[in-house]
Design a protein around this ligand. Sequence first.
Ligand SMILES: Cc1ncc(C[n+]2csc(CCOP(=O)(O)OP(=O)(O)O)c2C)c(N)n1
Length: 320
Amino acid sequence: MSIAIPQVDYRLLYRKLRLIRRAEEEIARIYPSDKIKSPVHLSIGQEAVSVGVCDPLRPDDVVSGTYRSHASYMAKGGNLRALFAELYGKDTGCARGKGGSMHLVDMNHYILGTSAVVGTTIPIAIGYAVALKREGNGRVVVAFFGDGATEEGVFYESLNFAALHRLPVLFVCENNFLAIHTPIEKRWATRQLCERVRTYGIPAHQVTDSDVLKIRQLAAEAIAGMRTGQSGPAFIECYTYRWREHVGTREDYDDGYRSRDELLRWQANDQVALIGGRLDPGERSSIEAAVEREIAQAIEFAENSPFPDPKELSTNVFAG
Ligand SMILES: Cc1ncc(C[n+]2csc(CCOP(=O)(O)OP(=O)(O)O)c2C)c(N)n1
């Protein structure tokens, strides 16, 4: 049976790419003021992965991310005001101001809570996939994680369990070649991640140029197969590049672990600009204006929201 993949809507795709890029640039602008109360791990440069993968998702599909999840949160349609309020530590934040950037969550949009501990959100995503399979409504889970997370044992346990039980989960590795400052050459004996994954019987694909349309197509095919029960889990490794420092908002090309030439090569292939360039200029500027308004309103909301009541210090922090 052939699988129908929905047509690309370039306006929607650009809106998402631009929203993520501009929201994170605004976070970087505000950050030095100390209004943002948590460390931030930006995805500027990596937007194509979240946007390409989330574009074919249904609103009731589930997404799981990491501490670097502003992008997947926005790509899945998470509440932008609650995102900014969370960064500001405000009561109206998506985790009531107690989690900050690394602990985003929005269950109204099926965005699972994220964690600072590398690899830990992968098995939680698998747990949701078990629940969705039992539910039987064709919903799927996407688990996003970095290349560093594939060094955790739980990644391989999760692959095996998902393959064994044919769970509807799409594993997406955002391979930016770095775990903090350590390059992949010093961490991986071989680059054959997809081959390692295939040994579990999971189809694995690699996108090396960050092309958002290729990523979208592969994700759409995998998701469509899982929805109908025709196929089990799938894996996509997306090469990508983080333009700013690991944590914080600086450009860190003088820190000695990577070169600005590398950045320039990736910037020449910037998917935000490339997709924007496919639009009619008038259409493009009205999308950009709408994005600016949405972000400005979210910032204003965060600024005007109250901090949590001190009496709530330990509420929703410990079980029971
Ligand atoms: C279990 C665990 N080990 C180590 C760390 C320290 N640490 C924080 S981020 C990070 C790098 C992870 O890199 P990757 O998974 O590739 O994600 P990226 O930051 O590139 O998005 C490490 C080692 C941690 N938070 N948790």
